[in-house]
Design a protein. Structure first.
Length: 140
């Protein structure tokens, strides 16, 4: 198996609400959408919003007991001042700020927000992870 991730799919309660947050709030552009799913091209991978019940059914879980794993998605920015600006934009679009931005022990600057379904996103500036023109991040 190659060391990569092809797609990240979030199971959401209300596709219209989640779509509005990512499209109208954060400015993302869908590559494909229908009544059950919205796909976004996110650099070299796909990010998707899928109705929670359909996602649970897709891998055989009971949608009533289907839980969420402890995890956070991350969006790295190219400049430190972009962290506060993006957290503000997320809050104005309906996100809950989980942790305001602050200096990080690893030498960067980051904060967290949660979308309408409670999925945590870290917004981070990391001087040790350069971002390429295509948005790819490289460990140094």
């Amino acid at each position: 198996m190659e060391q990569r991730i092809s797609a990240v799919t979030l199971g959401v309660r209300d596709l219209a609400v989640s779509r509005r947050f990512y499209v109208d709030g954060l400015g993302w552009k869908p590559a494909f959408e229908n009544d059950e799913v919205v796909f976004f091209q996110a650099g070299g991978m796909i990010f998707s919003l899928f109705l929670r019940e359909q996602l649970a059914a897709d891998f055989g879980a009971d949608p009533k007991t289907f839980g969420r794993a402890a995890m956070a998605l991350a969006y790295n920015v190219r400049a430190k001042d972009e962290v506060d600006a993006l957290l503000k934009r997320a809050r104005e679009s309906g996100a809950t700020i989980l942790r305001p931005a602050r200096e990080a022990s690893w030498g960067g600057y980051s904060g967290y927000f949660a979308d309408a379904d409670g999925f945590a996103w870290e917004v981070a500036w990391n001087p040790g992870w350069p971002i390429g023109p295509d948005g790819s991040v490289t460990l140094r």
